[in-house]
Design a protein around this ligand. Structure first.
Ligand SMILES: Nc1ccn([C@@H]2O[C@H](COP(=O)(O)OP(=O)(O)OP(=O)(O)O)[C@@H](O)[C@H]2O)c(=O)n1
Length: 497
């Protein structure tokens, strides 16, 4: 009994020093892991914001973007937080009463004040970019266009954001930024994947942008834009056709069919039974058609529908000039276009129209698209109105024309074939953000896409904690092993001292 007690007393594990060292070691390791976990736990996310107003020909839209505050240096994803459609027409339609252009933005700007946390207002950049409507007004009446901008600037400066200016984007910028948006949202730029082309159809202009494969696009410098993004070089082909947006091209089609100044015009692009009175002066009040105005014409003409897709296609084709091309190859109107490459995203009015016609599914063959359009255009106007009582008549009447224009532009204009047509995806948005030029514009102006690839990201939180824990455990085991000299000897024989 006394020998056993003596054995216990001599067991080195039970010396106070060993116990103290072990306890301190364990506490130190637990403290190390705890500090690492607490110090690096994800803090509640803070965001920064940017606002872009897209002053289009048909309407203005406001977009609010947000991104994690710590990561505006290239690694955080910028996403659309909110959008607001300005009531009424585009700012270019306020040429005669410019103050109203400024006032029209108030409601959406108030929404923006609510959406962006007030502590971020002052640092939030606010941009306004105007597209083809203002390009046309600027051509037609420079003074009026300047007055509209003055009014818009004044209105925007009255809000608490960091106003960065209002300007007209060139067609090249509009095309290129649309391409940046689509490829940024698809994560193709950061990953260096093959890019998607961008097809944008507005009210007054239309853009095509893509990176051609092994084709020298320098033969037309005005159609090429060079980018270095995330360490990759891109030579982008882009072109914007002014007057080939869906509203202006409709004017051109009506002008073409009324060039002799008739009292009544039968239009294959409108449904049978459709009939409205149109004013000649109003129709020709645009630089896209003003030169075509007939010398002698009555005040009005009666616009009636016939509803024939194939004849409508013939009308649309007359709006494209295929005769002259000074480059190795052209799309139309003597504009250089390299061979189409890869897949395309088609947005804005491409989407609105094809979505209305139930033709956004890429698996629908081109021939079926045409057959559906032929059927749709041939449907009597009364029946169309009955089927879509919720759609404004003005828009409803134009879908036959718009659908025919889209198919003709893509196939005859840009040379999509029945094989390549299936590579077009009609899209409204990508991962919750609208497809369009605004996001690309803001990313560019805020330098949020770096030319070089960002440094590889630090370890994620979970990885960091795991590594600290494993290292701490290893240290603990090493510590225990270092105490080997004072470990009790494992012998069956009691150790008699
Ligand atoms: N639900 C909708 C919304 C818009 N549109 C039409 O789509 C066209 C283009 O709209 P948008 O992309 O907003 O063009 P804008 O920016 O106004 O034109 P642009 O870029 O040429 O200045 C316009 O004819 C508009 O009437 C439509 O058919 N259905």
């Amino acid at each position: 009994m006394s020998a056993q007690r003596e054995m216990k007393e001599k067991n080195p594990w039970h010396t106070p020093l060993t116990i103290i060292i072990t306890v301190i070691g364990v506490i130190a390791i637990v403290a190390l892991v705890t500090v690492a976990v607490l110090q690096n736990r994800p803090v509640p996310q803070k965001y920064k914001y940017g606002i872009v107003l897209d002053a289009g020909s048909s309407h203005t839209a406001l977009y609010i973007y947000e991104w994690p505050a710590e990561k505006d240096n290239n690694t955080g994803r910028v996403e659309q937080k909110h959008s607001c459609k300005v009531k009424g027409k585009g700012i270019s339609s306020y040429a005669a009463e410019p103050e109203k252009a400024g006032m029209s933005l108030t409601e959406c700007m108030r929404e923006a004040e609510m959406q962006v946390p007030s502590r971020r207002h002052q640092e939030t950049p606010l941009y306004l970019g105007a597209t083809a409507g203002m390009r046309l007004l600027n051509i037609e009446n420079r003074e009026a266009s300047d007055k509209v901008f003055e009014a818009v600037e004044k209105a925007l400066q009255g809000f608490p954001f960091s106003y960065q200016g209002a300007r007209i984007l060139s067609g090249q910028e509009e095309g290129a930024f649309g391409w940046v948006t689509v490829n940024y949202l698809d994560d193709r730029l950061k990953q260096g994947l093959e890019t998607t082309g961008a097809l944008d159809l507005g009210g007054a202009s239309t853009q095509i942008s893509f990176v051609p494969h092994e084709y020298d696009i320098s033969e037309s410098p005005s159609n090429s834009v060079a980018f270095r993004l995330y360490g990759n070089d891109y030579n982008l082909y882009t072109h914007s056709f002014l007057c080939y947006g869906k509203d202006q091209v409709l004017r051109m089609a009506l002008a073409h069919q009324t060039r002799s100044g008739p009292v009544t015009m039968s239009d294959p692009c409108f449904h049978p039974g459709y009939s409205v009175t149109r004013n000649y002066n109003a129709l020709y009040d645009s630089p896209c058609v003003s030169e075509r105005k007939p010398k002698e014409a009555p005040l009005n003409f009666t616009h009636t529908g016939v509803g024939n897709f194939f004849r409508c296609q013939e009308v649309v084709k007359t709006l494209f000039n295929f005769t002259s091309c000074k480059y190795s190859r052209c799309s139309f109107n003597g504009i250089f276009q390299p061979p189409l490459q890869g897949s395309f995203g088609a947005f804005s009015a491409y989407y609105f129209v094809m979505n209305f016609l139930n033709l956004t599914d890429s698996s629908i063959p081109l021939e079926t698209v045409k057959a559906n359009l032929a059927n749709y255009c041939g449907t009597p106007w009364n029946q169309i109105k009955q089927q879509h009582p919720e759609v404004k008549e003005k828009y409803l009447a134009e879908y036959c024309f718009s659908g025919t224009y889209i198919v003709t532009l893509l196939t005859e204009g840009y040379n999509f074939t029945k094989e390549t047509f299936s590579k077009i995806k009609f899209i409204k948005e990508i991962k919750g953000s609208d497809a369009g030029w605004t996001l690309g514009y803001m990313l560019n102006l805020t330098n949020m896409i770096p030319a070089e690839a960002p440094d590889s990201p630090p370890l994620p939180h979970a990885g960091y904690v795991s590594i600290v824990t494993v290292i701490a455990l290893l240290l603990f085991i090493l510590f225990i092993l270092s105490l080997r000299p004072i470990w009790p000897k494992c012998s069956k024989k009691p150790q008699i001292v």
